[in-house]
Structure formats: structure tokens, C-alpha cells
Design a protein around this ligand. Sequence first.
Ligand code: FMN
Length: 268
Amino acid sequence: MTDCNLQSLLRAHRSIRAFKPDDVPTELTDGLLEAAILGSSSSGNLNTYAVVETRDAARKAELFRLHGEQAMILQAPVMLTFCAEARRTRDWLARHEARDNFNNFHGFLVAAFDALILAQSMALACEAEGLGICYLGTTLNAAPEIARFLALPPGTLPVTSLVLGWPAEVPQPRDRLPLAAYLHRERYQRAQPEQIDALYAQRDERGLQRYQSLSADARQRWAEHGITSLAQFYTSELKYSPIAMQGISRELLALLEQQDFMNNGDAA
Ligand SMILES: Cc1cc2nc3c(=O)[nH]c(=O)nc-3n(C[C@H](O)[C@H](O)[C@H](O)COP(=O)(O)O)c2cc1C
């Protein structure tokens, strides 16, 4: 294990999207995941998560398709899908004639938080070993298909994924807003419009620079969509389209029902 200072590790974080073809041994990832499990708090220590590891090239190719053809999935030797998981816990309850539970929305949220906390612990454990990682938010976009492909039973739902491997790039660090944007002392204080402008000034300017450095094709796409700022890009059809996200939201609610997470009792 490499010795490292955690704050330095955090400050050096970058998502990695290009990987060397070199293998990442199973013993290494198993050890890192075990450490991540030991190092992650979990609600009631029920550890309501499951991690599906994909290494097989043909299966990764299918996940590549389901995740919107993000090239890093084909390059990275390992992909981990983190699932909210009440199945195993509920089966254990049943073995002891305990009352059934965790098949409700609260149970899902708690399991999803457990899974996300574990994913981030694993991400840090990987980075401490010199491995690169990138999250895949597309896990939610294609959750029904991914659940089917990974044979997830009722009581489980995929919430996020990580690709991991040896980095083949050293990307520039992505900016964050100043601490004042995130930290509220004692009470939440909504930023006034001019404070919003000040907090986002640097990001807005960099967004514009990014636009100016785009390829001619990409610039044309921005122009076709009438995008003139980074903020407009974020909710355009090219990034987080509200229509697409509403569709995904409806699919997720249906999947929660299908995967037995919506037994919320009778409305009062
Ligand atoms: C939940 C989540 C989902 C993400 N999904 C994707 C994704 O699908 N594709 C991708 O290239 N990056 C994805 N990312 C990475 C973010 O784009 C990245 O973390 C962000 O731009 C900040 O960059 P950094 O991680 O290098 O600091 C995701 C990150 C998170 C936390």
C-alpha cells in the first residue's frame, strides 16, 4: 500500500477517461474493495449494497452500449456497478422470521446512500494506489436495462458505476466554486443575484474559453442550439436536457416499483 496523505490525495483528484491496457489484478481490486467496505460507515451496519464487477470484454462492450458509448468503458480493464441492495438483508430477515422491511422508498434511499458512500471510498482507495477512476452517471439513465443485464433481483437497483484502470492521461484539474458557495455557517443563507455572479464568475469565464476552444463541429452544435453561456449549455439538449431527465425520472420511479422498493403503506 502506498503511503499518502489523504488531503493531498483529495486535492490531486481528477476523473480519468483514458486508460492503459495493463491489467489490474483481481487480488488488488478485491483488497481495495474489502478496505473500502471496512472504511465506509453504513446505516445500521446493514451494508445494504452490492457491487457487480465486470471484466469480461464482451460484457463490457454491452455496458458500453448501455452507458451511451462512453469510450473509457472499453479501455478500462474493470468496471464496478454499485447497487442499492435490500435483497440480501431481506432474505436474512426471512431466515429468522423477522418482520420484512426495507422494501420502501426510505429503504431505497438508505441503501443508495450506503452504495454511494462505498463507491467513493473505493474511488479513494483506487486513487491512493495510483489507479484512475471515473464515475458513470449514465447508470441512472439506463438503470432498467442495466438491472436486467446484471440479473439484479427485486430489492436491488443500480445507482452508480466506476470504471478503473491505470491512467493514460493527466487531465487538468476541474475547478470548484469558492468554499463560500457550499458552506453555510449555522443557517442556510441564499446567495443574492450579485453573489451568484461573483461565485460563478471564474467558471462562467472558463466556460466561455472552453467554448472558444471547441472544434468547429462542436461550436456549430452550440450555435445550432442557441447556446451562448456555460449555464445554457448545462440544460441544453447537448447536456442535461430537462425533457430527457423527466423521462429518466419516470423510468426510475417505475423501476423502483418493479424492484420492490415502493411498498410505502396506505396514504393516511
Ligand atoms: C455521480 C457522477 C456521475 C458521473 N458521470 C459521468 C459520466 O457519465 N461520464 C463522465 O465522463 N464523467 C462522469 N462523471 C465525472 C464528472 O464529470 C467529474 O467528476 C466532474 O466533471 C469533476 O471533474 P473531476 O472529477 O475531474 O474533478 C460523474 C461524476 C459523478 C460524481
